[in-house]
Every structure is written in C-alpha cells, then in structure tokens.
Ligand binder design. Structure first.
Ligand code: BJ8
Length: 429
C-alpha cells in the first residue's frame, strides 16, 4: 500500500492487527504467484497496482463516492444487474469471499460443511477484515444455492444491510416472469433508497458502460484462443476478478489497452508459454479474489488455462444487454440476459454442458478441469453430466474438489501433472 490507510480502516471498524496480517500474507502470495511469472504483458502493471491498492485507494474512492451521496452496493452474484445500480448513480462492488479467513468465527454461525466461499464472506465480516462490506450501504443477495440463501439471513442479522432477490430454480415461463418481477422490485428498492427514479437516459448510459466492460472482457477471452497464448490464465483470472470491484470506465479503458498489446503479441507470435503448451478450460464454481490456487497449480505444472466457464469468467460477460427504447424493455432484457446464465443452481441446466463444449472448441482447449468447492452441491453434482458431455466430445476431463486451504496442493499437483500427460497424448482420461 502506497499510503498509510490505518486511520481509514480504523474508522471502518476493521481489526487492524488481523488486517495487517492478511495484507502481508496477500502481498507474499501475490509476489510468489503473480510477480514471478515471466514475459507478462506490460499493461498488467495497472492490474498489479489495483491489487496493491485493493483495500487502500479503492476504499478511499468508495468513501468519497459516499460523501457525495452515492449509494455503494455490495453483491455476490452475476444475476444482480449492475446496470440498475449505476442508473441510480450507485457504485457496484463484489464483496470479499475468496480466502480462508475468519473461519473459526464463521463456523460459530454456519455448519463446518459449508462451502469456502460462504464461510469466506461471513469470515471476512466477522473477523473485521473486509473494508468493502463496511463501506457498503446495501448488500444484494439472491436465492441461488441453499447455503447462500440461508447465510444471507444471518448476514443480515449481523450487517443489517442485506436485500435478497428471489431467483427461480427453473427457466420456465413462470420462472422468467418471477425473475422479471424481482428486477422490477430491485429497481423500486434502489429508487426508494436513493430517491432517484430509473430514468431512460441514465439507464442507457449505465448499460453503455457495463456493455463496454463486457466487450473488453470478451476481447480478452478471444485473445486467449491463440496458440501461443499471449497472456497467462492467472493474469486473465485476475482481470476477471478485478472487473467486479474496479471503477468500470477506468477498468474498461485499461483492459482495452491490454488487449491492444495482446493483439500485437498475437501478430508477432509472442506467448507466455511455448506454442503447443497443453491448453485447459476450467469449469465450475466461481473463484473470488484471491483464490488463484488451481490456475497457479496448472500453470506451474506446465499447462496453460485458456478460459473459465464460471461466473468469475465467461458467464459474467458472454451476453450483452444491447439497445432498448423504454425502461420497461430494458428490464425485460435484463431479465432475459441474466436468466440466460447457466448457473448450477438451475434445474435442468443442460445449457451449461453446451457452454463447456462451445468454449472448448472456440478456445482450442485440449482438456476440461471441472472445479467445485468442497460442499458446493450444485457444481459437485453437475460434474457427472459435465464429464459425460466433455468425454463424448472427445476431450479428457479432470474433476477437482477443493477449498481455499493449501493442504492439498501437493496432491492436486500430482493429479494435474498426470492429467497434463494425458492431454499431451491427446486421449480421453
Ligand atoms: S450465478 S455460480 S455467482 S450463484 S460455491 S455459494 S453455488 S455452495 S457462488 Fe454463484 Fe451466482 Fe450461480 Fe454464479 Fe453456493 Fe457453490 Fe458456495 Fe456458490
């Protein structure tokens, strides 16, 4: 951190000693995992800077926005339409959930067999380690998996800030209608809290900003289809993680600069790993920052990750909202766009199987690693269908179930190395 932010963290009620310890661990991990990579694009410097200021400068910006009367809204899921938050001049931020912190505190409220992501967001709050949750005026939850929806009840008891959107379980006509009503209800809630109506011109501007961000993320994804890959999977994952909490206009500008550099690399045949390096697609549970575990194991074992069929990845940016001429039409489009996301919380969810195979083809992936957090029942169960579908398409498949701890890294590395050998030989596992 370039400045001393202790006063600010203290005023937010963080546990200063524990927070200092967390930042020290993160900085070491970043050094070891990110800064030790070779031949990174020069434009990654901006994203390195953002990470170094994740609990510093960005929080200063959020507090400044609050002092100007803007609403800071924390979210946990890509079903929450960012456009609506921006249309009331709000700031949308993804909340901390990607590290094993405050587990002991979280387990006082949640069963031990709860996924690491849920224990992570509870733990960050309970241990006084998340300046985002403290800065947020409103936290939007959703009825996705059972763990999350029940955790939000307790999270609201603790923070008094949670508003929950009801997501259907099925993509039926009734399900779509329910979801459309939920988006209308969220619009009313945002208007009630801010006193600002959702006006067409503001919504159009918000949509332009969010779609531009999605387009830049699509460019990044397209660049990864090349061999040699112009950027590591680790760096691409980091950019996707940052897309949830950086200022969207600045982020889009910087990402487009990076993509220009990647296009140039592709033209010159420059890669971060030699041409012919085994290419893997990851599919499954989201990887919130600073969860870099699986990408780092794969890339340190001689493979390269070329895409993420995940919410911190393709599901977040694949579809644009596009143009509309009334607020009502925009709300209908928001409902259709987000319900097109193939999260394992839906049944049936065959669209996800098609997405995995489409991405594998487009990104020239030679194998699929299915990643599910321990106790994440929706994704753990869907691994069965994903395996059948990927193998039927002729690609090898590896199923990983893990958490945020480092205890199984050795074992995972052995399995990934064996899988990469299978991929090199070009045969299904
Ligand atoms: S749209 S994936 S962001 S719900 S890892 S908490 S599913 S037990 S996060 Fe998700 Fe929205 Fe779906 Fe995406 Fe539950 Fe699994 Fe934990 Fe999870």
């Amino acid at each position: 951190m370039s400045e001393d932010y202790r006063e600010m963290w203290g005023s937010l009620g963080l546990n200063l000693e524990a927070h200092q310890g967390l930042l020290a661990v993160l900085s070491d991990a970043y050094q070891g995992i990110y800064l030790s990579q070779e031949n990174r694009p020069a434009a990654m410097q901006y994203f390195d800077f953002v990470v170094s200021e994740v609990h510093g400068l960005r929080i200063v910006e959020l507090l400044k926005a609050k002092s100007e009367g803007k609403l800071v809204v924390g979210t946990f899921c890509v079903y929450v339409p960012e456009e609506l938050i921006l249309a009331v001049d709000g700031v949308s931020i993804g909340l901390c959930a990607g590290a094993d912190v405050g587990t002991e505190e979280a387990e006082k409220f949640m069963p031990r067999n709860t996924c690491a992501l849920i224990k992570g967001f509870m733990g960050f709050k309970l241990a006084g380690l998340c300046p985002y949750v403290e800065s947020a005026d409103l936290i939007i939850g959703e009825t996705t998996c059972d763990g999350k929806k029940k955790a939000y009840e307790i999270f609201d008891e603790i923070t008094k800030k949670v508003y929950v959107m009801e997501l259907p379980n099925k993509k039926s006509d009734d399900g779509r209608l329910l979801w459309r009503h939920e988006i209308e209800r969220l619009a009313e809630k945002l208007t009630a809290v801010t006193g600002k109506e959702i006006a067409l011109d503001r919504l159009k501007e918000a949509s332009r900003v969010v779609d531009a961000k999605r387009r830049a993320l699509q460019r990044l994804s397209d660049a990864r289809a090349h061999d040699p890959a112009p950027i590591s999977g680790l760096d691409a994952l980091l950019i996707n993680q940052i897309s949830f909490y950086d200022d969207p206009i600045r982020f889009t500008g910087k990402l487009n600069e990076l993509c220009d550099e990647l296009d140039e690399r592709v033209r010159r045949g420059v890669g971060v790993a030699p041409k012919g390096t085994p290419r893997l697609l990851i599919s499954g549970s989201p990887m919130a920052i600073p969860n870099w575990k699986l990408h780092s194991i794969i890339e340190q074992s001689g493979g390269i990750v070329v895409g993420e069929e995940a919410c911190v990845g393709e599901r977040n940016f694949r579809d644009l909202l596009g143009d509309f001429s009334t607020v009502d039409e925009a709300i209908g489009k928001m409902a259709d766009r987000s319900i097109g996301i193939n999260c394992a919380c839906f049944t049936p969810n065959d669209g996800r199987l098609a997405d995995i195979n489409d991405m594998s083809q487009r990104l020239h992936s030679q194998g699929v690693v299915h990643y599910a957090l321990q106790f994440c029942t929706p994704y753990l169960v869907e691994a069965h269908g994903a395996k059948n579908s990927v193998e039927a398409a002729g690609l090898p498949f590896l199923r990983i179930e893990t958490d945020y701890s480092m205890e199984d890294v050795g074992q995972l590395k052995t399995r990934v190395e064996a899988f990469l050998e299978i991929v090199r030989q070009g045969r299904p596992s």
